[in-house]
Ligand binder design. Structure first.
Ligand SMILES: Nc1ncnc2c1ncn2[C@@H]1O[C@H](COP(=O)(O)OP(=O)(O)OP(=O)(O)O)[C@@H](O)[C@H]1O
Length: 292
């Protein structure tokens, strides 16, 4: 019997296959087997990767990414936060971080905030300069963030995605096949309609949607027991049903911080902090460790 193993590199990222041909007295048998390279071999990102996404802009993806990262870190998890909004980066400003990351042997050391490690395009451009790039450059920057940063051991990486279902979302889906998604919407029907497209894209590329977070769900004036649904009611629940997932958090409208409180972390507000903590516990419970 003669055995021939012919490796075939597939287009899918980090995936390769073998056509194994057995030539025996009974004839020719061709077996097709597919192996996936263990991701940790190829990427410096370890642990679970969660993409915070929504088709719509301005619904609170960055705010939720920051606060979920902090809530997971409060649970003792090792957490990285990557701002994948290459054109519209906002996390450095929201966290009031200005320091440029240091490098060691051509690898970048992420910027620390509380117990989380942060990376953003905003750390790499000079003084809020606009990023004017075409699609292929975005993919290279993603590789840079995933492979050329010294992340160390991680339990969770939170990816703050840009709005829409464009190049960054496509590249991310391809480069991180085991990434799971959290879809953000407001209660407003338009936001739900657009966010559904982001969810459908995730499903089509085989990603698991861990749940929906509804932001700006309601407003309760301080000292009042009244609740106002400024942007409608029930959008998060509707989206969760449409995507066959669960609603894992409803964040109220929070009055904007004054000029001195630039940081968008909600840790100071106990009510909001406990909503994020519950969402983080739910995510940690729903999530399964990376195994293959
Ligand atoms: N629950 C909330 N209450 C009040 N303001 C909020 C809330 N969530 C977010 N914001 C504010 O809304 C604005 C947009 O939020 P954020 O940048 O997090 O949204 P985004 O979806 O990441 O936006 P983009 O699509 O531009 O990346 C910010 O000024 C933020 O502080």
């Amino acid at each position: 019997m003669i055995v021939v193993a012919a490796p075939v590199l597939k287009q899918e990222f980090f995936s390769f296959s073998f056509n194994v041909i057995f030539i025996t007295a009974m004839g020719l048998h061709i077996y097709y087997t597919e192996y996936r390279l263990k991701r940790s071999v190829m990427l410096l990102l370890s642990g679970n990767v969660l993409a915070v996404t929504s088709g719509k802009g301005g619904v609170g993806k960055s705010t939720i990414s920051i606060n979920l990262a902090l809530a997971l870190a409060d649970m003792g998890k090792k957490v990285a936060l990557i701002d994948l909004d290459i054109y519209g980066f906002s996390i450095p400003k929201m966290l009031d971080l200005s320091s440029n990351p240091k490098t060691v042997n051509n690898k970048i050391i992420p910027v620390g905030f509380d117990n989380i490690k942060v990376m953003s395009m905003g750390f790499l451009v000079k003084e809020n300069a606009p990023v004017v790039w075409r699609g292929p450059m975005l993919g290279k920057m993603l590789d840079h963030f995933f492979n050329d940063v010294i992340w160390g051991e991680l339990d969770y990486t939170i990816l703050d995605l840009p709005p829409g279902t464009g190049d960054v979302a496509l590249d991310m889906h391809q480069k991180l096949p085991d990434c799971k998604e959290i879809i953000v919407t407001t209660p407003h029907p338009t936001a739900v309609h657009v966010a559904e497209r982001a969810g459908t894209m995730a499903k089509k590329s085989g990603k698991r949607i861990l749940g929906v977070i509804e932001n700006m769900s309601y407003f309760s004036p301080q000292g009042s027991s009244e609740t106002f649904h400024l942007f409608g009611n029930g959008g998060g629940e509707k989206l969760a049903a449409l995507l066959n997932t669960s609603l894992i958090g409803q964040i109220p409208v929070i009055p904007p911080p004054n000029d001195k409180q630039v940081s968008s972390k909600c840790n100071e507000n106990q009510e909001i902090k406990s909503i994020y903590q519950k969402a983080a516990i739910t995510i940690d419970h729903l999530d399964v460790p990376f195994t293959s």
